[in-house]
Design a protein around this ligand. Structure first.
Ligand code: DX5
Ligand code: ZN
Length: 225
């Protein structure tokens, strides 16, 4: 069944475990475990070796996981040309697509295409890009994704200097009276979650802190809440 991000209140804390930190030998049982542990979303990091200096997984992996999971597939496209690839990821089973303002396609056109495909749209930005770069598109987005590490790799340290950016989005979204989720990604765990939640984030992406939690994934999710 298709999941819809718009059904969740932006006041609610949502957990989106990042599959990048899972054991790739057994992806099916790993995503079952985060579902049973209470996650609402599944964060899927797609990297092309161009927008970020790493390559992860793409369409075939998402396609093969889709039939076995009810989680909302929250696809983070760290790729160039998101406009060209959007349809392929929606056909593979994405429920939501987030693309980067640093990619080469026109953002307004890309958002329009994502909506035409019947899913929700998000935009993300690298740590060096100011919040204002996304302000022209906020009215048309269902989510903004603030990177709290340099995108490309899991397991990096949280960049505390990005907290002000979360607050800047929160203020602008409130000022315009919009329903836009604020997602954070990179170095999020039990210690950093309170800071980002206080600044206004409501969707927490966590790879290491969920999939590699010493007491299991349910404990990792509980620690974030
Ligand atoms: C980084 C990815 C993240 C990453 C987060 O480029 O976008 O989603 O998997 O991993 P942790 O939670 O381990 O920092
Ligand atoms: Zn991500």
């Amino acid at each position: 069944m298709k999941q819809d991000l718009r059904k969740f209140s932006t006041e609610k804390i949502l957990i989106s475990p990042s599959l990048l930190a899972a054991d790739f030998r057994k992806l099916g049982s790993e995503i079952d475990e985060v579902y049973r542990g209470g996650a609402e979303l599944l964060h899927l990091d797609v990297m092309d070796g161009k927008l970020v200096p790493n390559i992860s997984f793409g369409v075939p992996v998402i396609e093969s996981l889709r039939p076995s999971s009810e989680l909302l597939f929250d696809v983070h496209l760290m790729i160039d040309r998101p406009l060209f690839y959007a349809e392929k990821f929606v056909n593979a089973g994405a429920d939501h697509l987030t693309f980067h303002v640093e990619s080469s396609d026109d953002p307004a056109e890309t958002i329009k295409e994502i909506h035409r495909l019947g899913v929700t749209a998000g935009m993300s930005l690298k740590p060096a890009t100011p919040a204002e770069a996304l302000f022209p598109y906020l009215d048309d987005l269902e989510m903004v994704l603030v990177m709290t590490v340099e995108p490309g790799f899991g397991g990096q340290s949280f960049m505390a200097d990005q907290v002000a950016k979360i607050a800047a989005f929160k203020a602008e979204i409130a000022r315009r009276n919009l329903n836009v989720h604020i997602e954070v990604d990179g170095g999020i765990g039990g210690k950093t979650a309170p800071q980002v939640l206080a600044a206004g984030a409501n969707v927490l992406v966590a790879g290491t802190a969920v999939f590699r939690h010493p007491e299991g994934m349910a404990a990792g999710i509980a620690a974030l809440r």
